[in-house]
Design a protein around this ligand. Sequence first.
Ligand code: HEM
Length: 204
Amino acid sequence: MSEYIERFRTSERVLHWVVTASFFTLLLTGLGLYSRLFHGYFGLFGGGMNAIFIHKISGVIFFFSSIYMYLNHKKDVSSFDEDDKLWIDKSGGYLSRDASHFNIGKYNPGQKLFALCIAAATAVLGVTGVIAWLPLYFPRFIVQVSLMMHSLFFIGSIMFVVVHVYLATIGNPGTIEAMLYGNVRKIWAKKHHPKWYKETTEPQ
Ligand code: HEM
């Protein structure tokens, strides 16, 4: 019997990596727009004009792929049950030494919150991005507020993504296999997502 269980289909993984690639392209092309300090990054794209062009293209890709990813797993991330509340009360066990075991489904509340925040940030970054792209079509005040919101949500998203990448790699060994190969070890699933493991393996 296999020691692995499927967590993500190929299409789900491809979508996640499209979101990731466009996110980091936006980050690198956007840094130079954010502050003069980072103008050096424009060199990676053959100058400022090219960087802005690539920023716009990757912005469109990120917007649609990220919203699509959210819609795909909306059912799994947008409701919190009693077991999730217990996880929240104990901060997921991250702040204590006792090895707490939570009856968690496909995603824990931290992951759900991350997915919801990224979806909200995608919407705000998309709308404010379009306003910054076409400034002549909007009142000056709206353009200025949009640019400020675009920067704030950009910084917030990076902070969330840094935590996400840490938890999905060295923070929780075995997790990255889910996004690389689509399968995780059963022992990993029983430890981190026991309710999901049970639902997936036992006939209802
Ligand atoms: C190198 C960068 C990244 C790595 C290594 C990574 C890794 C992962 C892994 C392993 C999972 C599956 C977690 C599980 O099965 O429980 C996951 C899920 C997810 N990733 Fe990423 N990811 C990266 C970048 C991103 C970015 C840039 C975004 C969005 C802007 C993102 C959004 C998500 C979402 C919404 C999920 C599902 C919910 C969650 O697990 O939190 N990821 N990622």
